[in-house]
Design a protein around this ligand. Structure first.
Ligand code: C5P
Length: 217
């Protein structure tokens, strides 16, 4: 069994997509299985952390030892993150919808012309958390990129105020698949990991988080 190097630590994880309602029966969403985020929550719990997993709508079982808070929309997720603070670290894996719809209170009826959707920008949960007064000491974001993966991730790290960005190369088959090729981008530079099963990416990242929190103690 793994050494419980994260015992006494509280770590927040967001995972899955968000669903943005159009009306009571329809929504728009991002593509995300939630598997990588759930695997990270499980790996952190295995190292002894108290984990709050804020999960969008996904069909996955709750990992052992993890406290799960289910949410639907980005606004719900932002509120749940806020309510779960303080934390020693936050790992923001969710594929949050960039926009929400000005939703209709009743089901929109099929008419002559398709209705127009009015989109409103959602808050950036990661950027907000990274600049909050009660910011966790370690804030980790994710980035899905199809080209110049490390450059874009390094820019995103600065723009969002995150300590680390885990960059996925999604030009390969990532969504819903078991494997993931990632680069860990920190203030020190970028480290490219080989293509690994999502569980193994999660274990390595959890170990890195344990090392970082240990060093900061
Ligand atoms: O800007 P982009 O969506 O590529 O950034 C991805 C990172 O930001 C992920 O860590 C994701 O969880 C987080 N994010 C967020 N809130 C948003 C958009 C993205 O927390 N509204």
């Amino acid at each position: 069994p793994a050494a419980r190097t994260l015992s006494g630590r509280h770590i927040l994880v967001t995972a899955g997509p968000t669903h943005e309602p159009i009306d009571p029966v329809r929504y728009i969403a991002n593509r995300s299985s939630g598997r990588q985020g759930f695997a990270i929550a499980a790996a952190l719990a295995d190292l002894g952390a108290r984990v709050s997993l804020i999960a969008g709508p996904v069909a996955l079982p709750t990992p052992a030892g993890v406290t799960r808070i289910d949410v639907e929309s980005a606004l719900d997720m932002a509120a749940a993150v806020d309510a779960a603070l303080p934390a020693d670290a936050a790992v923001m894996v969710a594929a949050v919808a960039d926009w929400r719809v000005e939703a209709a209170p009743q089901k929109v009826k099929k008419g002559d012309a398709p209705p127009a959707l009015h989109l409103v920008e959602n808050p950036d949960i990661l950027a907000t958390l990274a600049r909050a007064p009660n910011r966790p000491p370690l804030v980790v974001g994710f980035a899905a990129e199809t080209e110049r993966v490390v450059d874009h991730a390094a820019a995103k790290r600065l723009r969002k105020g995150a300590d680390w960005i885990v960059a996925n190369d999604v030009s390969q088959d990532v969504f819903g698949s078991d494997g993931n090729a990632v680069h860990l981008v920190t203030a020190q530079g970028a480290e490219s990991w080989p293509r690994l099963p999502k569980d193994e990416v999660a274990r390595r990242l959890a170990q890195r988080i344990a090392d970082a929190l240990q060093a900061a103690r």
